[in-house]
Design a protein around this ligand. Sequence first.
Ligand code: HEM
Length: 196
Amino acid sequence: MTTDILERPSLSQRLKQETESEHLRMHRLMEHGAPFSSRPAYASFVAAQYLFQRDVEHLFNDPAVRSAVPDLDMRGRQEAALADLRDLDQPAPQDVIASEGVAMPEALGWLYVSEGSTLGAAFLFKEAKANLGLSAEFGARNLAAYPEGRAIVWRRFVAALDSEALDSSQHDAIIAGANAAYARFGQLLTRYFGQP
Ligand code: HEM
């Protein structure tokens, strides 16, 4: 019995494993879009990021989400993406909120995709600086680390995911939410950059 419990993967492990193909698909879409090849291409990436962050932050209003992730107020990059668009002289794109009607537990899967993407963003941030001359104060705020640092903030999110307060009967729905969030970001990248 005890062994059974010990061997069961945590929610964070399941999310990583079971959405891996979607993460790889994002790599392929990003490679195809080559957002660091020019400022106009990068501005398209920021527009996709802005719309996705808007979808994610829409979920912050739900009290059940707030209680599952107590430090929500310091998360999210919608404002940063909007400021980057202004730096790049681009208007804010208009779209429906794709996460309308999403609630706990699926909402946590959306947050997972957004928060996890702050890790890969470390690499993207370097490219934005080196190739396009952008920074955490101009144009690349949406890729910059949170003030506390990427790893600490990520570990705290993983602790919320793996908290015992979250019943394991909710895990499948959270993974479905993560897949829906990846589908949305994939759709946005395809809208701006086309299919590979
Ligand atoms: C070319 C673009 C990308 C690169 C190079 C990249 C790279 C990475 C890397 C290296 C990690 C692992 C970091 C670590 O464990 O310390 C990671 C994690 C992650 N990335 Fe990406 N990423 C990219 C795009 C994206 C996009 C577009 C999304 C979602 C919108 C995304 C979502 C995630 C998630 C959710 C994780 C956490 C995985 C986990 O540990 O559970 N990534 N990424």
